[in-house]
Design a protein around this ligand. Structure first.
Ligand code: F6R
Length: 628
């Protein structure tokens, strides 16, 4: 969480920093601040609340310097307020920080015992104190950073400047990402490429325990103990155009409407449309760097992928939030198509429960951002335990992508809305084709089955278009829905994770009480919640669970629940039982979750919008959860 930017170059740092922070605001939006050189000193301007408050404060400010740092905050230590907003300044040193300093308490006590005056409640200010102390010894910012690193523990990426060296930016990281883009005229350092796209097209990804020193436009990289290192730059694959709303009211709605394209982009590299067979494209198991994936020979890599996967006897899927629910759908598909035992777990639980990973296990880590702290920790843990790992990420070259053995991509394009939408359906599609592929590798699917399932997946983008028309319906009914006491989402089988996802979306966007349940669990408790102030949204496609789901729906209705049902095609039975019946196009059971995702997203979106909430930036949340 938190977004950081540093700039040194020929443009006005105020504009570059604000532009960059705007692109990073999805990482945190409790407060924001900048420190920009004004010819004699680094002048700090900070504001509580969203970036617009800082913009307002800066509107009449101008700075003569060409260097500055900026920050948009997601509060960890200390409430969201101006005094806790970054940058933090101690003596000549000013810095911004993303992450958490775990030995916060120890450092604080030590500094206090030595008489330090603290101006905020943050862990970041403590780092500024320590850096200042080291700077007083070395009188060189990079050397001070080298001496600082052994003193702090935790997850951090930091950009620092000093009054005495106003032509220098020094950045370093252990955990949260930092990228460095440079040209002959400028250097920009940021938490991710979105903040850099407008200025340069190539970046260097800083690894943990690396330091970058920018002196003028000279950029040098060092190990944490001061040895110079060589780093290669890579081309950014996203364009600045993807970061625009293109006429939509907000990014989330735009991203919901982009979903058919996202699914097509996710499956396109892996399907041969001449014969509807799946051939995973450049998974790169065992390749030492993701930079080499594009140059792999397709046939050789495919052979390698088949060889690696044919020895697999068990799969673990680990993720957080929406990515975890996508993993739950993956479990149903993998067990059905590939007949392989699968366990799905939440990363923050998995990592602390002494997981037993048998030999020949594949661990799939799913993460849109590729930076989620718990998911990354699991990846590292299971690699230590000897498992083969495969990541499904949206952000290429993110930490999870770079550290996994094999790589599949969501290809959803930049996702800016904090609530994940298009990355979710892309992941479901990737799981679908991976399950079909593994089914064939394991000899569990015939060629005809493989073709049938693949054809159903290929048909999905156009089916999704027909579901998007429910946008108008939800815009209309949201006014009524927002008055209900709560929402219960239910489904069976592969549809059950969509109930979970629907409830999560409503909670995070509308701040209303919602629960997702396996419909078969209704009688074991949740039925007690149902009365005429409860909306019951039920996934009831025409699949093997249909009759049982209809019975559950009857039970909900009999207790006064106001039913919205999602079924297949024209269905008079469901229509009669429901306050609102939404007809989904006829599709293979395995792709129904992709279609069902759209109405549950639209419902949450429109209820939140009707309540006047900021759907792109829900309260208390951030898109990239880089701290535990
Ligand atoms: C919910 C949402 C979150 C993320 C979760 C994991 O709409 O977006 O629950 O899914 O924080 O993030 P990634 O996929 O980046 O690891």
């Amino acid at each position: 969480m938190c977004g950081i930017v540093g700039y040194l170059g020929d443009k006005d740092p105020k504009d570059v920093l604000l532009g960059g922070l705007k692109r990073l605001e999805y990482r945190g939006y409790d407060s924001a601040g900048v420190a920009i050189h004004d010819g004699t000193t680094f002048k700090r301007v900070r504001a509580s609340g969203k970036l617009s408050a800082l913009e307002e404060k800066l509107s009449n400010e101008s700075f003569s310097g060409r260097i500055g740092i900026g920050h948009t905050r997601w509060a960890t230590h200390g409430e969201p307020s101006e005094r806790n907003a970054h940058p933090h300044k101690v003596g000549p040193v000013t810095l911004v920080h993303n992450g958490i300093i775990e030995n916060f308490h120890e450092i604080k006590e030590d500094l206090k015992s030595r008489g330090a005056q603290l101006a905020s409640d943050t862990d970041t200010e403590l780092v500024a104190h320590l850096l200042n102390e080291e700077y007083q010894v070395t009188k060189d910012l990079r050397k001070a950073v080298e001496r600082l690193i052994p003193l702090i523990r935790g997850a951090y990426s930091i950009v620092a400047v000093s009054e005495d060296q106003p032509n220098k930016l020094v950045a370093f990281k252990e955990g949260p990402p930092l990228v460095v883009g440079s040209s002959r005229k400028e250097v920009i350092i940021a938490s991710d490429v979105q903040a850099i796209l407008d200025h340069v097209q190539e970046v260097v990804y800083l690894e943990d325990d690396e330091v970058v020193e920018v002196d003028g436009t000279d950029v040098k990289f060092f190990s944490a103990n001061g040895f110079p290192i060589r780093k290669e730059s890579v081309k950014i694959s996203w364009s600045a155009d993807q970061m625009e709303k293109h006429g939509y009211k907000n990014f989330m709605l735009k991203e919901i409407f982009e979903q058919p394209r996202a699914v097509a982009a996710a499956i396109d590299p892996h399907i041969d449309l001449n014969n509807y067979r799946v051939a995973l494209n450049r998974v790169g198991f065992g390749v030492d760097s993701v930079e080499k994936l594009d140059s792999l020979n397709f046939e050789d890599d495919l052979k390698n992928t088949i060889e690696k996967l044919s020895g697999i006897e068990r799969i673990f899927i680990v993720a957080c939030g929406t990515s975890f629910y996508a993993g739950m759908v993956g479990e149903y598909l993998l067990e059905s198509f590939a007949e392989i035992p699968v366990e799905v777990d939440i990363a923050s639980e998995f990592r602390y429960r002494d997981p037993v990973i048998p030999k020949n296990s594949l661990v799939i880590v799913v993460s849109q951002s590729g930076e989620t702290a718990d998911s990354l920790a699991v990846l590292r843990q299971v690699k230590e335990l000897g498992a083969l790992t495969l990541s499904i990420c949206n952000v290429k070259r993110s930490s999870i992508d770079r550290e996994s053995d094999g790589h599949l991509y969501m290809n959803a394009g930049v996702e800016i809305g904090v609530a994940s939408t298009k990355a979710f359906v892309s992941t479901l599609s990737v799981f679908h084709l991976f399950s079909v592929f593994l089914g064939r590798v394991r000899g569990k699917l015939t060629e005809a089955q493989e073709q049938e399932y693949t054809q159903s997946l290929v048909a999905v983008p156009s089916l999704m278009e027909s579901v998007l028309v429910y946008d108008n319906f939800f815009a209309e009914v949201a006014k009524t829905l927002k008055t209900f006491r709560g929402f219960l989402y239910m489904g069976r089988g592969v549809n059950y994770p969509i109930a979970m996802e629907g409830a999560l979306k409503l909670k995070e966007l509308a701040y209303m009480h919602a629960e997702g349940y396996a419909a078969g669990e209704m009688k074991h408790g949740p039925l007690a919640l149902i009365d005429d102030r409860m909306i019951v949204m039920m996934m009831v496609p025409s699949d093997k669970h249909y009759e049982k789901s209809v019975s559950n729906l009857q039970e909900a209705k009999a207790r006064g629940g106001v039913v919205i049902s999602l079924g297949t095609g024209e269905n008079t039975e469901l229509k009669e039982m429901s306050e609102h019946y939404l007809s989904l196009p006829k599709a293979h059971w395995s792709v129904n979750p992709i279609l069902e995702a759209i109405p549950v997203q639209l419902l949450a979106y429109h209820v939140a919008d009707a309540l006047g909430h900021d759907v792109d930036q829900p309260r208390n949340l951030a898109k990239s959860v880089t701290v535990e």
